[in-house]
Design a protein around this ligand. Structure first.
Ligand SMILES: [Zn+2]
Length: 187
Protein backbone atom coordinates (compact mmCIF):
# COMPACT_ATOMS: atom_id res chain seq x y z
CA UNK A 1 0.00 0.00 0.00
CA UNK A 2 2.77 2.41 0.85
CA UNK A 3 4.49 1.86 -2.49
CA UNK A 4 1.18 2.33 -4.32
CA UNK A 5 0.48 5.56 -2.45
CA UNK A 6 3.92 6.93 -3.32
CA UNK A 7 3.40 5.98 -6.94
CA UNK A 8 0.07 7.77 -7.05
CA UNK A 9 1.61 10.91 -5.57
CA UNK A 10 4.52 10.75 -8.03
CA UNK A 11 2.21 10.25 -11.02
CA UNK A 12 -0.10 13.03 -9.85
CA UNK A 13 2.77 15.51 -9.60
CA UNK A 14 4.06 14.47 -13.03
CA UNK A 15 0.66 15.13 -14.55
CA UNK A 16 0.46 18.47 -12.75
CA UNK A 17 3.79 19.54 -14.26
CA UNK A 18 3.01 18.40 -17.79
CA UNK A 19 -0.41 20.06 -17.72
CA UNK A 20 1.29 23.43 -17.55
CA UNK A 21 2.60 22.95 -21.09
CA UNK A 22 0.42 22.75 -24.19
CA UNK A 23 1.07 20.33 -27.02
CA UNK A 24 4.30 21.58 -28.52
CA UNK A 25 5.40 21.22 -32.14
CA UNK A 26 9.15 21.79 -32.45
CA UNK A 27 10.87 23.25 -35.49
CA UNK A 28 11.43 19.88 -37.12
CA UNK A 29 7.75 19.13 -36.56
CA UNK A 30 6.59 21.96 -38.82
CA UNK A 31 9.46 21.80 -41.29
CA UNK A 32 11.33 24.96 -40.29
CA UNK A 33 14.25 26.16 -42.38
CA UNK A 34 17.57 26.25 -40.56
CA UNK A 35 18.34 29.62 -38.97
CA UNK A 36 20.98 31.21 -36.80
CA UNK A 37 19.68 33.78 -34.32
CA UNK A 38 21.12 35.59 -31.32
CA UNK A 39 20.75 34.33 -27.77
CA UNK A 40 18.13 36.24 -25.76
CA UNK A 41 20.28 38.43 -23.47
CA UNK A 42 17.68 38.99 -20.72
CA UNK A 43 16.65 35.64 -19.29
CA UNK A 44 14.29 34.62 -17.91
CA UNK A 45 12.28 36.93 -20.13
CA UNK A 46 10.57 39.67 -18.08
CA UNK A 47 8.00 40.46 -20.79
CA UNK A 48 5.54 38.53 -22.95
CA UNK A 49 4.31 40.34 -26.08
CA UNK A 50 1.15 39.03 -27.72
CA UNK A 51 0.57 39.19 -31.47
CA UNK A 52 -1.78 37.96 -34.11
CA UNK A 53 -0.51 37.20 -37.61
CA UNK A 54 -3.33 39.19 -39.25
CA UNK A 55 -3.34 36.30 -41.71
CA UNK A 56 -5.13 33.00 -42.18
CA UNK A 57 -6.57 30.96 -39.32
CA UNK A 58 -5.63 27.30 -38.97
CA UNK A 59 -7.45 24.55 -37.12
CA UNK A 60 -5.63 21.42 -38.31
CA UNK A 61 -2.05 20.26 -37.78
CA UNK A 62 -1.39 20.29 -41.52
CA UNK A 63 -2.76 23.79 -42.02
CA UNK A 64 -0.95 25.22 -38.99
CA UNK A 65 2.39 23.72 -40.06
CA UNK A 66 1.85 25.23 -43.52
CA UNK A 67 1.09 28.62 -41.93
CA UNK A 68 4.34 28.44 -39.96
CA UNK A 69 6.31 27.73 -43.13
CA UNK A 70 4.53 30.59 -44.91
CA UNK A 71 5.27 33.05 -42.10
CA UNK A 72 8.91 31.96 -41.89
CA UNK A 73 9.34 32.32 -45.66
CA UNK A 74 7.76 35.79 -45.57
CA UNK A 75 9.95 36.94 -42.69
CA UNK A 76 13.15 35.54 -44.21
CA UNK A 77 12.57 36.18 -47.93
CA UNK A 78 10.59 39.43 -47.88
CA UNK A 79 11.64 41.05 -44.61
CA UNK A 80 15.19 39.74 -44.84
CA UNK A 81 15.17 38.50 -41.24
CA UNK A 82 17.33 35.66 -39.92
CA UNK A 83 14.31 33.51 -39.05
CA UNK A 84 10.60 33.67 -38.31
CA UNK A 85 10.21 36.72 -36.08
CA UNK A 86 8.16 35.19 -33.25
CA UNK A 87 9.45 33.02 -30.44
CA UNK A 88 6.25 30.95 -30.47
CA UNK A 89 3.04 30.75 -32.46
CA UNK A 90 -0.27 29.23 -31.42
CA UNK A 91 -2.75 27.57 -33.74
CA UNK A 92 -6.49 27.17 -33.30
CA UNK A 93 -5.71 23.45 -33.33
CA UNK A 94 -4.54 24.02 -29.75
CA UNK A 95 -0.83 23.44 -30.40
CA UNK A 96 2.15 25.71 -29.71
CA UNK A 97 4.69 25.97 -32.52
CA UNK A 98 8.32 26.66 -31.75
CA UNK A 99 9.49 29.71 -33.68
CA UNK A 100 12.81 31.07 -32.44
CA UNK A 101 11.99 29.30 -29.19
CA UNK A 102 12.67 30.07 -25.54
CA UNK A 103 16.33 31.00 -25.61
CA UNK A 104 16.66 33.17 -28.72
CA UNK A 105 15.99 36.84 -29.37
CA UNK A 106 12.95 37.42 -31.57
CA UNK A 107 12.12 40.14 -34.10
CA UNK A 108 8.56 41.19 -33.30
CA UNK A 109 8.29 44.30 -31.09
CA UNK A 110 10.74 47.25 -31.14
CA UNK A 111 12.20 47.90 -27.69
CA UNK A 112 11.15 44.50 -26.34
CA UNK A 113 12.91 41.99 -28.57
CA UNK A 114 15.89 41.56 -26.24
CA UNK A 115 13.72 41.12 -23.14
CA UNK A 116 10.59 39.26 -24.17
CA UNK A 117 8.97 36.19 -25.58
CA UNK A 118 6.97 37.13 -28.68
CA UNK A 119 3.86 34.95 -28.91
CA UNK A 120 1.55 35.03 -31.89
CA UNK A 121 -1.78 33.41 -32.49
CA UNK A 122 -2.22 32.49 -36.13
CA UNK A 123 -5.24 34.29 -37.54
CA UNK A 124 -6.91 37.72 -37.65
CA UNK A 125 -8.52 38.73 -34.38
CA UNK A 126 -9.89 42.17 -35.09
CA UNK A 127 -13.54 41.21 -34.63
CA UNK A 128 -13.36 37.84 -32.88
CA UNK A 129 -11.08 36.30 -30.30
CA UNK A 130 -9.08 33.09 -30.84
CA UNK A 131 -11.01 29.92 -30.11
CA UNK A 132 -10.82 28.25 -26.70
CA UNK A 133 -8.16 25.77 -27.85
CA UNK A 134 -5.84 28.59 -28.87
CA UNK A 135 -6.57 30.71 -25.79
CA UNK A 136 -5.87 27.74 -23.52
CA UNK A 137 -2.69 26.86 -25.40
CA UNK A 138 -1.40 30.43 -25.19
CA UNK A 139 -2.01 30.66 -21.45
CA UNK A 140 -0.53 27.18 -20.94
CA UNK A 141 2.57 28.11 -22.90
CA UNK A 142 3.17 31.15 -20.69
CA UNK A 143 2.70 29.02 -17.54
CA UNK A 144 4.97 26.39 -19.07
CA UNK A 145 7.66 29.01 -19.75
CA UNK A 146 7.44 30.26 -16.18
CA UNK A 147 7.58 26.74 -14.72
CA UNK A 148 10.63 25.88 -16.84
CA UNK A 149 12.46 29.11 -15.99
CA UNK A 150 12.27 30.72 -19.44
CA UNK A 151 9.84 33.47 -18.42
CA UNK A 152 10.21 35.44 -15.18
CA UNK A 153 7.56 34.56 -12.60
CA UNK A 154 6.81 38.30 -12.22
CA UNK A 155 6.61 38.84 -16.01
CA UNK A 156 4.35 41.41 -17.62
CA UNK A 157 2.04 40.67 -20.53
CA UNK A 158 1.38 43.33 -23.17
CA UNK A 159 -0.11 43.51 -26.65
CA UNK A 160 2.12 44.46 -29.58
CA UNK A 161 0.19 47.76 -29.97
CA UNK A 162 1.54 48.88 -26.60
CA UNK A 163 5.09 48.70 -27.99
CA UNK A 164 4.59 50.39 -31.35
CA UNK A 165 1.90 51.86 -33.62
CA UNK A 166 0.06 48.79 -34.88
CA UNK A 167 -3.38 47.25 -34.66
CA UNK A 168 -1.79 43.96 -33.54
CA UNK A 169 -3.01 41.74 -31.87
CA UNK A 170 -6.40 42.93 -33.16
CA UNK A 171 -9.05 44.84 -31.20
CA UNK A 172 -10.99 41.79 -30.05
CA UNK A 173 -7.96 39.83 -28.93
CA UNK A 174 -6.36 42.84 -27.27
CA UNK A 175 -9.50 43.37 -25.19
CA UNK A 176 -9.39 39.68 -24.28
CA UNK A 177 -5.79 39.66 -23.02
CA UNK A 178 -6.49 42.69 -20.82
CA UNK A 179 -8.22 40.13 -18.57
CA UNK A 180 -5.33 37.66 -18.58
CA UNK A 181 -2.91 37.22 -15.66
CA UNK A 182 -0.06 39.73 -15.41
CA UNK A 183 -1.46 42.06 -18.13
CA UNK A 184 0.20 45.46 -17.77
CA UNK A 185 -1.88 48.42 -19.00
CA UNK A 186 0.73 51.00 -18.03
CA UNK A 187 3.35 50.93 -20.77
ZN1 LIG B 1 2.33 41.96 -33.71
Amino acid sequence: MKVAAVLVIALTSLVAVSQQCPRIINRAGWGARAANTAVLPNRPAPWVVMHHTAGAHCTTDAACAQQMRNIQNFHMNTNGWADIGYNWCIGENGAAYEGRGWGRQGAHAPGYNDRSMGLCVMGTFTNAIPNAAARNAAQSLIACGVSQGHIASNYWLIGHRQATATACPGNAFFNEIRNWPRFNPNV
